[in-house]
Design a protein around this ligand. Sequence first.
Ligand code: NAD
Length: 451
Amino acid sequence: MQAQNQFFQSGITRDLGFRLQQLRKLREVLQEHEQDIYRALHEDLRKPVFEAYAGELGILLEETKHAIKHLKTWARPRRPSLGLVHWPAGAQVTQEPYGVALILSPWNYPIQLLLGPLVGAMAAGNCAVLKPSELAPHSAALIHRMINENFPKEYIDVAEGGVPETQKLLEQPFDYIFFTGSPRVGKIVMEAAAKNLTPLTLELGGKSPCLVDASADLGAAARRIVWGKFFNAGQTCVAPDYLLVPKASAGVLIEKMRAVLRDFFGDDPQKSPDYARIVNAAHFQRLSEYLKQGKVLAGGRTDAQDRYIAPTLLGGVKTDSPVMQEEIFGPILPIVEYQSLDAALDLILKYPKPLAFYLFAEDPKAEAHVLSRVSFGGGCVNDTIAHLGSPELPFGGVGGSGFGTYHGRRGFETFSHPRAVLKRSTKIDIPVRYPPYSAPYKLKVVKKLMG
Ligand code: NAD
């Protein structure tokens, strides 16, 4: 940290040319390590190459390209007009880097969720310490090597470790903390940040609902829900966590989803090269318990040796059972049938505000009604999870799913402080604002100019 503080204070990282050069380098390093990235993600999660690209490397390449293209514009100082009341003065607002940032990430997209925030940190001119998840050790080791071989430690460094190491890191007076992970650990991080008054972003999880309206195109819904839910075997922060379907459409939708599962993964998804595995034995165990909390409508098979849980649809679940109370974070989709749209909305509103929300509807009135009632981080209409893949869209949670956003310009802004400086000419000095205020004209002039 000392070395990074010194490096930051030298001013090198503030230079726009330096920032662009380093972002280009990060992009090159990622491209050069494409095969290593696929290998590490396969070892950690048996992530299919397509998902490793679409959900990790591709997103990072998009983010770096976008930042390199737009950084000059983002970094340009704004010069707002201050109006007559401040005459003769002008002002400038510049996005100032915080200094040394700590970035903590989870295991499910272990490369994208660590290096994605880093793009924003670098674009804004910070130094950074990266703490990958210990539960994706191959990805963590690869990141360590990629970063340390290509960037000086006083600029970007990697600290590997689990809970005790992270707690030690959190005692340090970082200038910014960017945390992605569970709400439980988010609270620990926020408490630690409070001790040093360190500003932070919390990218958390929760139960992201998927609501199918009576007007929905059930064919499209079946394909897109199955895709978004079982991508990375359901271990996605924005995966649809549970599904709400009108009673009258449930039978047809479930039949269509069963057919889609066969189309995507064949009769035995365990043999499909396109289906990931559960990250470790503890999560396998946790998820296996959920299978007992409803009626298996599709899937349900498990293999502990292989950390395999079939893509599963679960019916007849009770809303007070753990599968409907805890974030699932795995390939199990509970399906709840509802009588009326408002009853479905009432159920959604009982949970903390979710990170994502998905609606399938063709009726614009239903769409407007639903979107006006539910608060959520981000989401899609007639699709799932796709909103997180664009640098044009701010990504982040609200309420229980966290606060702060990133991706594209928002990442740059998150890692910088908008510093306002007013500059006044010394050629003229209007005495109205100075005491004594007794001359009645003074207040009159101020009232004319302000308010
Ligand atoms: P986690 O909270 O257990 O771990 C995240 C990080 O915190 C890891 O680096 C870990 O080493 C560290 N950590 C764990 N326990 C700690 C402790 N007691 N003190 C200090 N540090 C600690 O999360 P996870 O299991 O790796 O990931 C799953 C969670 O992350 C889910 O809730 C999911 O929704 C959420 N998530 C959110 C997003 C998002 O973008 N909002 C993305 C992916 C995952």
